[in-house]
Design a protein around this ligand. Structure first.
Ligand code: FAD
Length: 468
């Protein structure tokens, strides 16, 4: 087979990984310039998966052939009356916000980084700090255009081909390439958030705070996962509302609709793997918890540090060293919150494997979807450096999560076993049969889909353990 034009600049296979830097696999990367080229590539290759900005942590956007969507990034149409925007799916939230904020519009749901594409946001059906009131990303999507198999573009929405829509939102790219997204934006008066910080001395106190702030638009907690005994679960809760023009202090009014700026800092090299250890994490946690004193009040902050604090330093994932790290994010039903969260925190604290980032949130209701992650309950996201002792801890946590009827977030995952996946995602078989209808040759596969028994042989991807 000859070299496709989209491959000209990518003759060699690249060593790719997700944001957690594990696993790494060798992949052929194709970068189509327009949807027609993407269509012709699908006719020429199989064993493909779409990839946006690679901010999923594990192996969801890895496959023998990767279709990089970042050139499919045109903003096509915007209706200021309805707030409905149409764009190609490779458009990043970063670029979209730069365009929309000065015009008084914001995204309906944002994750903890703006460096994700619209396609990635749909395929993971991402959630934000407002999940308890606004649901996940797909709730705000009017329709999608999807390339399911060679020559077949399909329009889907909650009304048109609804089952395909429900499989695609959260479907991790396995129903096809999302080429175009129609999305409802949110009207804003300013680019600022009215943020309030509350301190909770233990787990009981933070769960009570979540309940007390159930009607606030944005809420999320940082939790000290190394605290023990009577301090177990001590946390800071951050809530927020879009600031109105009349709320804004006069000095901020001059920049009322100013979008975010480029990050100025970058981690230039991989840190030695011992940089983040339980001592540094314990030290950081104690200082962070106590320093919150001066912030225990309402302040006006720009949306960028409120939603995307980690984006201020580019390539921060290098701090974890070349071995990479794993993000472990689960959700458990609200009814199990107190006892199971306390067991989980006790396990983590006793293991001494501190997580530098530990974020707790109360989710709202589930969307109609096959592989969507959120449901009503508590979600905790933890980042652990990859060390030999980690697997033992995570296996113990898996048992607690499954025992409570919970599940792991696929877009963060790199290690879930097929058998556990089937228990956590009871619609997996229904997803597979729907996929068979739309993608009968299984052209769309990923290292994740092979690992979880969704599509592709288990040996589809051979992780390359040598760091690049
Ligand atoms: C710092 C950080 C914070 C985060 N915070 C959150 C959070 O708060 N909430 C949350 O839900 N997630 C969060 N995430 C995860 C992130 O939002 C998702 O992994 C998102 O899918 C990444 O988008 P991407 O464009 O980088 O996609 P990739 O990582 O490249 O791909 C992710 C998945 O989407 C599929 N995909 C991408 N583009 C397309 C397309 N055009 N068509 C079909 N499939 C496609 C891929 O095949 C893959 O399965 C966070 C990630 C980071 C690094």
């Amino acid at each position: 087979m000859g070299l496709h034009p989209a491959e000209q600049s990518n003759r060699d296979r690249a060593l790719l990984s997700g944001w957690g830097q594990y696993p790494r696999v060798k992949a052929r990367v194709l970068k189509p310039a327009d949807p027609e080229e993407a269509e012709s590539l699908l006719a020429s290759y199989s064993g493909l998966i779409a990839r946006g900005l690679g901010r999923s942590y594990g192996d969801a956007s890895l496959a023998p052939v990767v279709l990089d969507t970042t050139r499919l990034s045109r903003l096509l149409e915007f209706d200021p009356l309805s707030g409905i925007l149409t764009a190609e799916a490779g458009l990043s939230l970063d670029a979209l916000l730069r365009w929309s904020v000065p015009r008084g519009w914001f995204l309906p749901v944002v994750p903890g980084t703006k460096f994700v594409t619209l396609g990635g946001a749909v395929a993971s059906d991402i959630h934000g700090k407002n999940h308890h009131v606004d649901g996940s990303f797909s709730r705000h999507v009017e329709e999608l255009d999807l390339l399911t198999s060679p020559g077949k573009w399909v329009r889907c929405s909650r009304q048109e081909n609804p089952r395909l829509f429900e499989a695609t939102a959260g479907g991790m790219g396995l129903t096809g390439l999302i080429g175009r997204v129609r999305l409802r934006l949110r009207k804003i008066e300013t680019a600022f958030i009215k943020k309030t910080t509350y301190r909770a001395s233990d787990l009981e106190a933070i769960l009570n705070l979540f309940e007390a702030h159930a009607s606030d638009t944005y809420s999320v907690a940082w939790i000290d996962c190394l605290a023990r005994g009577r301090h177990l679960g001590r946390s800071l809760l951050f809530t927020g509302e879009h600031a109105l023009w009349e709320d804004l202090p006069t000095p901020l009014r001059r920049q009322a609709l100013q979008p975010h700026k480029n990050p100025r800092l970058r981690v230039p090299i991989y840190f030695p793997s011992a940089t983040l250890n339980p001592w540094t994490v314990r030290w950081f946690n104690t200082i962070y918890y106590h320093l919150a004193d001066k912030h225990l009040r309402t302040r006006f902050v720009h949306y960028d540090p409120f939603f995307f604090p980690l984006d201020s330093v580019m390539d921060w994932n290098r701090i974890y060293g070349r071995q990479g790290f794993l993000q472990y994010q689960f959700v458990i039903p609200e009814s199990h919150g107190r006892p199971v969260l306390s067991k989980i925190l006790e396990r983590i604290s006793a293991s001494g494997l501190g997580s530098f980032l530990a974020v707790l949130k109360l989710f709202g209701h589930e969307e109609n979807s096959f592989l969507g992650f959120p449901f009503r309950g508590y979600t905790l996201a933890l980042d652990f450096p990859r060390t030999p002792r980690l697997e033992k801890l995570l296996t113990a946590l898996d048992e607690l999560v499954i025992g409570a009827g919970g599940r792991i977030y696929l877009t963060k995952d790199a290690r879930l076993k097929n058998s556990d996946f089937q228990i956590q995602y009871p619609q997996a078989e229904a997803f597979k049969s729907l996929k068979k209808n739309w993608d009968p040759e299984n052209r769309w596969v990923s290292c994740m889909s092979a690992r979880l028994g969704l599509a592709g042989p288990p040996e589809l991807c051979v992780p390359c353990l040598q760091a690049s």
